[in-house]
Structure formats: C-alpha cells, structure tokens
Design a protein around this ligand. Sequence first.
Ligand code: G6P
Length: 607
Amino acid sequence: MCGIVGYLGNKKACPILVNGLKKLEYRGYDSAGICVLEKNTLAVKKDKGRVKNLETLDGINSLEGTLGIAHTRWATHGKPSKDNAHPHMDNSKTFAVVHNGIIENFKELREFLGNNNYKFYSETDSEVIPNLIHYYYSKGNNFIKSVNLACKDLKGSYALEIICKNEPDTLIVTRKDSPLVIGTSENGTYISSDIPALIAYTNNFCFLNDTELALITKNNIEFFDCNLNSINKEFSNVELSAESCDKGNFEDYMLKEIYEQPNSIRETIGNTLNGEKIVFDTLQLSKKYLSTIKQIYIVACGTAMHAGLGVKPNFEKFCNIPVCVDIASEFRYRNPLIDENTLCIYISQSGETADTIAALKLAKSKGAKTIAVTNVIESSITREADYFVYTHAGPEIAVASTKAYTSQLVLLNIMALYFAEILETISKEEINKLKKEILLLSKKVDEILKNTDKIKRLAKQIYNKRDVFFIGRGLDHTVALESALKLKEISYIHSEAYAAGELKHGPIALIEKNVPVISIVTNPDLADKTISNIQEVITRGATSIVITNQNINESNFDFVYKIPETLEYYTPIISVIPLQILAYYVTKEKGLDVDKPRNLAKSVTVE
Ligand code: G6P
C-alpha cells in the first residue's frame, strides 16, 4: 500500500516524480504529493485524489528543483485528505519525508515528541518520522545519523525517502519490510517502490535489504548497514521493457493483462519442460528430502489463494501428499501443525503481502522448508523463503489479478509434476501426457480471447444486476470463487461463489426471478450433478449462464459459452478466461475505473 518515488540528478525532478507516481497508483490512489527542493526551501504540493489531480495543483509546473520525493497513498491512519497526504515535514520544515508502511508505535512516539514540544498536523502514523529525525538533528547529529537514530525508534514497516533543506544535494533512503529499489543512469539516481515506475529511465538497479540505508548525492551513492558501517552493494541489469509496463493500445491495464495471457503462460513455462526431466533454475529438491514430506501447506491471500485451491487436488493426486490450502491471515494466527516434515508453499504476485510473508516466517521458525512463488523480481518474499520460483508473467498493474493467477496455476501445476517426477508417484507416460497438455494451454487461452463477442453481450445483460451467483464442483468451484471475487472487486456487484452441492443448504433462499447464476461445468464425472443444481435454480427463476467444455443440451439454459477442452486438472486456466472478460466488460458498462477499484490496492503491506 502506498507508492514512493524519489529523484536526484541533472533533470527537473517534478515530471519524473509525477510519471513515477502514475505507474505506482496500483499501490494506492486516494491522495498524492511531492516535495522538491527549490533553492533552499522544501516546496510541498499535495492533495487528496488521484495523481492526475496533483498535476493541476497551483505552482507545480514551475518547480525547477532536481531533487525531490513523492508519494501516492492508500489510507491506513487518517482519512484521505490534504493534511494526511505525504510528504510530511517536521515542525521547523527542515525535513520532508515520504513513507510506505505502518509505524506501529506511533502513539508512543507522538507522546514522546509532544512532551518535547512537537505539534502534529495530520492523523497519520508517518508524521512522527520527520519530527523524530529533527529531534535527533537538533541534538547535534548529522543528517544520516539523525535518520539512523530515528529508524531505530520505529516499530513496524517502512520504506522512507528523506530530504533536508540544509543538504541541497542529498537524498537518504532506507527500508524495513516495505519495498524500495534504487536505479541509476547518467541522468541521476531514481528511487521507487518497484521497478516498472523506473524502467523508462534505467535498467540498472540495486535493492536494499531490511534496515540498510543509502546516502545519495549528485555524484555518488554510499550504502550503510543499520549501525552506519559502510557496505558494498551491487547494481544489476533487470531485463524488463518499458512497453511491458505501459498500457500500449489497450484502454486499461486489466484488458491488456487479460490479453497477455497466452504469452505470460508461455513465459511461465519457460524452459521448465524442455528437457527429459522438469527443471527449475531456482528450486532443486532431492528425492531424499521430498520423501520426508508428510504434509504440504499452500498459503496465500486473495486471488493467489484461489490459485492454491486450483492446484491442491493435482498435488495430492500426483504426489500422494495431503495438501492444505490456507489464507495467510488465518494460518499465521492459528498455530498450525508444522515441523520439518511439512513443506510450505507461499504464493504472492507482489511478493510483498504482509500476511503471506509473516505466515512464511512462522513456518520457517517451526522448521519447515518454504518455497515462494512470486511474480516480482527481488520482492521481499524471495529474501525470506528457502527457495523461490518466479512466475515471469510480466508486470501486473491492474488491481484485479488476471495473468498472475493463470501463471500461478501453470507454475504450480508444473511444480506438482516436478515433485511427482522426483518421487516417482506417477508413471512416465502419464507425466508426459500432462506436460504435453500444459504446452497446449496458451493456444487454448488464445482461442477464447479471439471469441469474446458473446461475453460482451452477456455483460450488457447483467451489468445492472444487484447480485450474481457462481457455482461449480471440484476445480470448477475454485474458479467460481475467483470469478466472483473478480466481478465484485471491480464492478461492485454483490457476487458470491458456492460449491454447487451447497446451494440447497441455505444460499438457494436468495435465488429469485432473473438473478444470474453462472455455473462452471468442466468435469465429466461431476457434470450431471452440477446440471441438476442448475435445474434447481432455474426452477426458482434464475437466469442460467453456463461456462462449459461438455456436450450439454444448450437449449435448457439461457446462455452457454463453450470453452476448449483440456485435461480435467487444467480446466481452471481455461474456464477463468471468459469470466475475467465478463468482469471487465460489466465494469466498463457501469462506467467504472477498471484498473483502480474503490478501497483496494494491489500490494497489501498492512496486516
Ligand atoms: C490484493 C490484490 C489481489 C491479490 C492479493 C494478494 O488484495 O488486490 O489481486 O490477489 O492482494 O496479493 P499477492 O501480491 O500476495 O498475490
């Protein structure tokens, strides 16, 4: 939540900061602000609302300074307002700070600073930071020492950029449990919460570890550990194109990301299936180790958790190991039974989700090995896990996850086969058949994307409904869950998913005339059962919408969309596509902002 950008170089800072913020809006978009060092004063422009409002603020275009910091906010402490927007300054207006994260002990720090005559003008936790830095500065410490001492007092998470009006050519940045990347080019040093915001300027990046600090001056960057000992850090080239971070010819990021899926699935597969045996560059497990595993946990939040549900039966079937899928925010507080015979897999598109990372740390502390599956290169989770595997889906910017989900499903399915291959729990022939089918998936997704008119028409029929229900059995139920989430999070239509057999135990009471019930029917063994459940809602007046690869009697339903066939294990990767498209077009019909739905943020770094 919240995105930060910083710049020090030989160009005007303001346009670079504002462009960077636009790329980070997926992290939060209720208020935005910048601070540029103008001669010897810190000029702050900020307000509630989107980054585009910031561009219209008085005087913003006449800022000439080449050093600045910027922030786009997702409110935690204090409502979206000008006062609560970042940057925040200390009382003497010597320091300006932007902060991504949460200061858990801000009340104590406020009290301490209050007792030292500091006043507060916002309701945020962040405002203590510039004042605390000033407190140490006023005691005779230099800039970096003051920042360092202030950070030692902070409990919680932070990525910080700090500038000081007395130090015209200096920017200090530091982080703990919130992301921060530093990029350089001949035009200066760029800071951001993530790479896509900077890719237009540089490919050369360095990532700070927790509690490290960087002292950035016009011609130099010095790195320090938390005790201000000088340390060496490497910059490395990150292969990411500027186009992959842009909307291109698409109206919205979400639509672009939906259409990228044939390619992102291919990227996820990468070289893993090229050889006789499955290979992951960053994950090598032995038969000896895997044979000790009695239980697998798959832990994640939101859409990533749905991806976990979508592979659980496949892991169990292929590897013969029980799998439990859990929500990270539940798992971490319920003292799960974990020991060295447990393997824990964490899925996180961003690699920054606070609950998922905390759940990972918990398993590690109990002796389990941990594998992180993430999309973001060098994200925090990669540093915490014993092993990590990248999904390589490319930057996902729209808040609603689409291509990350299908890539997670593909990658985890390959991982299940990798385990099975090592454990020899299924035959070579069976594994080859499964691998072959994985290689066909992207073509099948492409077929759907070329055939969307019917779904667009359906969107026109349901966009003004109050409730939509999704049902399915087995893996189809997991797609129902994901599709209901997709629809509700961007269109604000109340949507619920149920295991088809559960409808009669309560939810069917909600079915009345013309309520859309969307059924996913892909498993031949379960199709008849689900069709009986559809019949039950038709009898109660529902509009029946069916997504299927089965030969059903289409005249029995109001709407049928046929999807390509695949092996039963991989149906979620196919059946979710029309439902992503449906959520997108329903939202467009309602005239809402698809990429930035209300109240949400893509990277959830709060617990
Ligand atoms: C947020 C996003 C979801 C995402 C979830 C988990 O709620 O809006 O799209 O599924 O966080 O995020 P992660 O980055 O851990 O996959």
